[in-house]
Design a protein around this ligand. Sequence first.
Ligand SMILES: [Zn+2]
Length: 195
Amino acid sequence: MNKKNLFALAIALTVIVISAEPVMAYTLLSPRRTWASTPITVRVYTGGNSTINDGDGGVTAVVGAIKAWGIISSSSTTQNAVRGSAPATIVLNNNGKVCTGSCLAATLTGYYTGSTIYDADVYTNTRYSYTSSRETDGCSGEYDIDGIMTHEVGHVIGLGHSSVSGATMYPSVSSCNYNNRTLEADDVAGKNDLY
Ligand SMILES: [Zn+2]
């Protein structure tokens, strides 16, 4: 099974640290930072992914999936992502020129002032095929968009990667693996550390 990276910009150093300390659990983005208040507004751009056969290219599925964090106010939007301006926006049909190679999806985590996040947009690598919780034609070599975007929203709220295998914030996922849709104790601990 192919393993692809769930890549977040600006946290490459965190990944290196995890490799050296395999017993660590969740990490926070560095410097530590949070949105000013919750719930955090995250929008899903209505330009869906053409590989997802669920009626709207995964948009409705992702709007629902990211609520798993419990502190997200989500809905779809016809407004494409605007880098540096809220709301945080998930784009399913464009790699944003930041998510290529083995990257499945990437979150731009560089928009913060001091310890306050003011934007974080998410892009998707269109070279791969995806499935969703609303797709009914099975899975073969596809990656679960619900789980991938639950992972990326972890970056949106201020989390880095976890070394706990099976945690949603673990940095890679296999095709047809749906485990990232549900948060593990380690993911919840990271969220509760921040909010
Ligand atoms: Zn990641």
